[in-house]
Ligand binder design. Structure first.
Ligand code: DC
Length: 237
């Protein structure tokens, strides 16, 4: 049965009131941060976690580790059976974080993340993290929509594709690596299309998420805005 617009609004208002009560009580608080690659969601999530003293899970790392596990075993990244087995077996293998965070693994992660079996295999771990007694901050693509649809605060972080490519180019240059802006932009657009176009848990803002566009914001301004959004949820603004 589909809820009417009116009912949906009433349900949203109920969730908002419940969330506000939890924030006021200092009880378990779940903050869901979603957004496309290089939007700044990871930095915002880390900073909010530090500010509110909450544990943080970068869920992209689970998909990156799944891809790394496949590649390490010399399997084809498109092999669904092997990818699901890799996702189920995570935790048995350790990966170097620099390797996981590289562009190659981001692209491979996006491929395995489109497989429903892989997403299902990783869902419980993420939900268990969100259900920690003291609350948590999680960032990814489907936190507000699938992993923690009842999160107390949902922020959907965006930025224009050129701004995101520029950021990636700057990060690489700062590490002394060669940065090809056009290639970075093409990679970002390709990843956006795959992450948003897949049938299971596509990248999209939850209906009750607050949008935060970081295109023209530096790190400090973006974090300050995210904190303002959390505080607004605290007072029910
Ligand atoms: O956030 P990231 O760049 O580390 O994520 C890598 C890929 O993993 C991303 O392109 C899509 C996938 N991913 C996902 O589908 N769902 C998540 N919650 C997190 C990441």
């Amino acid at each position: 049965m589909r809820a009417s617009g009116c009912t949906r609004q009433a349900i949203r208002e109920q969730f908002r009131l419940q969330a506000r009560r939890r924030l006021e009580d200092g009880a378990r608080v779940i903050i869901a941060i979603d957004g496309p690659a290089a939007s700044g969601k990871g930095t915002i999530a880390r900073r909010l976690a530090a500010h509110y003293r909450l544990p943080h899970l970068d869920t992209g790392l689970l998909y990156r580790a799944t891809a790394a596990s496949l590649l390490q075993a010399d399997k084809d990244i498109h092999d669904v059976e092997a990818a699901v087995a890799a996702a189920r077996g995570l935790g048995l293998t350790e990966f170097d974080e620099d390797t996981l965070r590289g562009a190659k693994m981001g692209e491979a992660a996006s491929v395995v993340a489109a497989m429903p079996g892989v997403r299902e295999a990783l869902l419980e771990t993420q939900r268990a993290f969100a259900a920690r007694p003291g609350g948590a901050v999680l960032d990814g693509r489907d936190i507000g929509t699938v992993v923690a649809p009842r999160a107390d605060v949902k922020i959907f972080v965006t930025a224009s594709a050129p701004a995101r490519a520029q950021r990636r180019a700057l990060e690489l240059a700062q590490r002394g690596q060669r940065a090809d802006y056009d290639a970075l932009l093409a990679d970002i657009l390709k990843r956006d299309a795959r992450d948003s176009g897949r049938s299971t848990a596509p990248l999209r803002a939850a209906e009750d998420a607050v949008q935060l566009d970081t295109t023209h914001l530096g790190v400090e301004a973006a974090v300050a805005e995210a904190e303002r959004i959390v505080e607004a949820a605290r007072v029910g603004a």
